[in-house]
Write a protein of this length. Sequence first.
Length: 768
Amino acid sequence: MRRIFIRVLWWFLGSSVVLATVGFVAIWNGWIGYMPDIESLQNPISRYPSLVYSADGKLMGTFATLREKGMPVSYNNISTHLIHALIATEDERFYEHSGVDFIALSRAILKRGVMGNESAGGGSTITQQLAKQLYSERAHSTMERALQKPIEWVIAVKLEKYYTKEEIITMYLNYFDFLNNAVGIKTAANTYFNKEPKSLSITEAATLVGLCKNPAYYNPFKFQDRCRERRNVVLTQMNKMGYISAAELERLKNEPLNVKRPDPTIKNTAQVGIAPYFRDYIRQYMMAEKPDRKNYPDWKKVQFHLDSIAWEEDPLYGWCNKNLKRNGHPYNLNTDGLRIFTTVDSRMQRYAEEAVREHLSQTLQPVFDAQTRGNPRGPFSTRMSKEDYERVMNRAIRQSQRYQVLKAAGADEEQIRKSFNTPVKMIVFSYKGDVEKVMTPMDSIKYYKQFLRAGLVSIDPKTGAVKAYVGGPNYEYFQYDMAMVGRRQVGSTMKPYLYSLAIQNGYNPCDKIPNRMKRYGNWMPKGGGGLGNGAIVTLKQGLAHSSNWCSAHLIEKFTPQSLVDLLHKYGLNNPNIQPNMALCLGPCEVTIGEMVSGYSTFANKGIRSAPLMVTRIEDSDGHVLANFQPRHNEVISEESSYKMLTLLKGVVERGTGRRVRGFGISAEMGGKTGTTNSNADAWFMGVTPELVNGVWVGGEDRDIHFVSTGIGQGAAAALPIWGRYMRKVYSDASLNYSQSAKFDVPKGFDPCDDDVISPQDDIGDVYE
């Protein structure tokens, strides 16, 4: 019996060895599981993010997935204290093994697996951890989880074959996510200690290595005591390995962490970078694939139309898929290490973000909060029905990340609803800095809807170069881009396009039209701009006072379809723009980017400049892969553009835009305010000889709006952002923008020199 038992035991052992050998051979050759190809294994170090630069030479940030996000540093630029701390804590026999430490692995199996000692430590080497960082995807099944460790062992052995120990440590530190947007040791050293990796002290190095066990659990910004204890464990390990003496250990263990949470009211560009909305937009723009109708649901058919136009007309759109690398594969911004040179000026970008933040936080948000206080359905209108309110909130729940995660985990609707009504601790946004609160996820949705949103785009009218781009009040918390993605009704900022149709057809700013209330079929516009019902006014007066009656008269005379055709030439390509009478009041949905591009026509002699965001793309070796030039199209005649400037200047001189002078702006300029129904959208478009800027302000949903027109109209809600921004721009002498600049209009040009159209000829049947 004993002999049979021994034979069975030997048979079992032999079979296990054979199966293990076959399994590892299969894994090594990629027959089962995932095994990266030789090129990928030999060049993981080339999987670096593309770098994005501003027009004034600043590194704005990177394009990367999370694991490729960090800025790489060389081994020689890493503190030796950091290397010693890492080896002492994570892999004390690092220089002795070839990827897998069988001694440590056996100890982990025996103590943790058999004896249940959770504090015995793991058996993963630094090389295995690197293999996991570089190549392991999340396991989606029991089989994948079972194969994950053996695959990592094999990859670790292969990495040791291709790389030196120093290169492996360097890659590990460059790829590790140290939390708080600190991916890679360079960003981590800057985020936590405002230092370069080479300058880290012993305690600072120990702190960062301590995070390698569990960055969230030992987060130094939230759990300083816990982090300090972990740092001291690392110091103890360094002492055991002989990297520091016992005396040093005792002294260093008593030192404070010396990490300081950044001022929450000041954006840390080292973490989020410069112009994050802009960078995210061009990332998606450049990596777009050729539009295919089957990939667009019915509710995105407008986007399919716009993407199709962009694919044909803009070389930047889908550039990564239009251009192939030498190996025939498309470019990948996340891993190919490209250098993207943009048109954004970092100084102007900062001024734009400051202007948005200052006006929202200091003026608009406090007034809006007071307006909605006590409203059980706030921040929505009190006139909103219970059914509509529940519909909007249910949609917000389904669109939330929490809902998607719970749904993917198999939770039913009842479980999800319970989760959304269970209080949890969370960090939420406020203009005074991040705040820790206990609230239900449902209440957090309402909380965030309370915040007003805003967008700003600033371009050079002659080239279309985008100088500043703000998609919202805070990218980390409000990621939906209202600069060139979100579309909202434009209100009266539509009227200059309509007036240019009249100018292009022979009208002058001094020509007179009737300002009279009139019914057009089933539609009758309200609002004569305070000019009096029945008054005969000039075009300049009509636009300056934003009279709806004058606009209705013009669109009837020149037809809605003619206006639609002209709008497309201005770059407003939304196919849902309907040729009806109400179009003159701006019910169509347009992006800020499209609006500033359209308004560039007026400052550029009738030539529209399409938005230009990138000037040059280089590969990682500095070879130029692409250059981008301004794109133009003629919209109106040069003479018509001069006349339009006269009209737009009248808005600022004596009309709805005159408040801008209160910001110390004396420059020659034109502009137009816009406000939609119920004060849901506020706009201001400003045109100067050197810049065209557009600003929008509103709520996340169209049912969120100001009660009072006094604060909700474009002149009060959007214009001040424009004024704050331009005041900062003009105050910075290094930018070379001057308030003495003049529009390029021929000397002596008289916008009213042609024959004036008589009121009697133009009134038609208005008085009937």
